[in-house]
Design a protein around this ligand. Structure first.
Ligand SMILES: Cc1cc2nc3c(=O)[nH]c(=O)nc-3n(C[C@H](O)[C@H](O)[C@H](O)COP(=O)(O)OP(=O)(O)OC[C@H]3O[C@@H](n4cnc5c(N)ncnc54)[C@H](O)[C@@H]3O)c2cc1C
Length: 393
């Protein structure tokens, strides 16, 4: 996007890409469908030191401008109920193919397998030196090297090193939009179970909640609600703080109302075992785990014999099922990076470095990250467009 924007303003542009082809990550986005933006865009979806900074940039080239840009390239899009926008063909490759075609039309030179190791400024010229010692010189340089997440798709943290060498401070990067590791004996039993619920992350007195799908895995928890909260867990664990995850399996009703419902339910079929009495209410594989976690070990006892205290304990567990988070999955599994180039050293109107004039930053290399739902790509499009436009100007 930065290269297209700069070339459209008449600049002679070269893209240096360390992989064998550009835009490999785009192909992996949205499970191969590319959730390229979201009609319901707001500051609440952006995080990091740069959340407000991000909105200032996005407001200059927003969702409407982005969709017009892609429409003009020939991309038909459709929005889903939750505002997520995808190519009508559900093919991420269409987004990449059309961007690459535009680069070609504009005469942008693309050099693949060119891993930039450092950028040096000599007088008013930037020299980009690659790992195999080639030097590319330019009047302006745009660092669009992404974060550290999913290094197999290209971004391996090299952008942070380049920025640091240019004199920029880096907010310590941690994996975000990533699955959480949980210390619990029942994970193997629950692997693959999906439920709708509320996830709460607790760090000290801080509590953040998110509703949505929760997926149990053999190492812990995944699902969109978990992923969206993972940056908080990631940062806390990095600072050696304790992290608790609490699941609410019935966010729609209070604990007392749930206890009452359970009591009535057990009274209708009192001879059913405690375990079977939960079938139809909970995912079948959750029943025994939830009962045991609530301190009810005799799964075969008739549910009619459960005491009021046991029923209350069961309701309390279902409303606040606490687990200890012991880590996150690695960079390889994380979708975005929290942290990055400190936005305070970057001009909020142009994305030019305040430390090294002529250098620009855009996308995930900056300390901006966002929720699942097309918000991260929108940040990449908006900031790329702005950096390209101003670098060319
Ligand atoms: C599996 C997955 C699914 C995702 N799905 C979505 C989604 O559906 N919607 C959404 O909004 N976001 C999604 N994201 C996040 C989104 O893809 C990123 O936030 C976005 O691609 C960041 O754009 P970027 O251009 O800043 O960095 P990147 O897309 O990471 O691109 C950086 C490029 O720079 C290259 N590079 C890095 N270092 C060097 C170097 N030293 N020299 C030369 N080249 C270098 C890399 O090879 C790469 O091609 C997803 C991410 C992943 C991993």
């Amino acid at each position: 996007m930065a290269a297209v924007a700069a070339a459209r303003r008449g600049a002679r542009v070269t893209v240096l890409e360390r992989m064998q082809r550009v835009g490999k990550k785009v192909l992996a986005t949205g499970n191969g469908r590319c959730n390229l933006t979201n009609l319901r865009l707001g500051e609440e979806h952006y995080h990091g030191g740069g959340a407000r900074f991000a909105m200032g940039i996005i407001n200059q080239f927003g969702v409407a401008e982005t969709m017009t840009f892609f429409e003009q390239l020939g991309l038909l899009m459709r929005a889903e109920e939750d505002g997520k926008v995808f190519p009508s063909t559900d093919q991420a490759s269409a987004v990449l193919d059309l961007l690459r075609d535009e680069l070609e039309r504009l005469g942008v030179e693309t050099v693949c397998e060119a891993a930039v190791q450092r950028v040096e400024k000599q007088g008013s010229t930037f020299n980009c030196v690659t790992a195999d010692n080639r030097t590319f010189s330019a009047d302006r340089v745009i660092v669009a090297a992404g974060g550290k997440s999913s290094p197999n798709l290209g971004s391996n943290g090299a952008g942070f090193k380049i920025a640091e060498a240019l004199g920029h401070a880096i907010v310590r990067p941690v994996p975000a939009l990533v699955q959480l590791k949980i210390d619990a004996p029942f994970l193997k039993q629950l692997q693959g179970v999906r439920v709708q619920g509320m996830v709460e992350i607790r760090v000290g007195e801080t509590r953040r909640r998110e509703a949505g799908e929760i997926l149990f895995t053999d190492y812990g928890l995944s699902g969109i609600a978990v992923m969206d909260l993972s940056r908080i867990a990631s940062q806390a664990l990095d600072a050696r703080q304790a992290v608790t995850v609490a699941l609410d399996l019935f966010p729609g009703i209070s604990e007392d109302a749930l206890a009452e419902q359970l009591e009535k339910r057990f009274a209708v079929h009192p001879a059913r075992t405690a375990e079977f009495a939960l079938v139809g209410l909970l995912h079948k594989r959750l029943a025994s785990v939830v009962l045991r976690a609530a301190g009810i070990e005799a799964l075969g006892q008739p549910c009619g014999e459960l005491t009021r205290e046991q029923i209350k304990a069961l309701a309390a567990l279902m409303k606040q099922w606490r687990m200890t988070c012991v880590g996150t999955q690695s960079w390889m599994f994380s979708q975005v990076t929290a942290g990055g180039v400190d936005v305070r050293q970057v001009d909020r109107r142009t994305l030019e470095s305040k430390i090294m004039p002529g250098a620009y930053f855009c996308g995930e290399v900056l300390d901006v990250d966002a929720d699942c739902g097309g918000y991260n790509l929108q940040w990449a499009w908006s900031s790329g467009h702005l950096a390209g436009t101003h670098a060319a100007h």
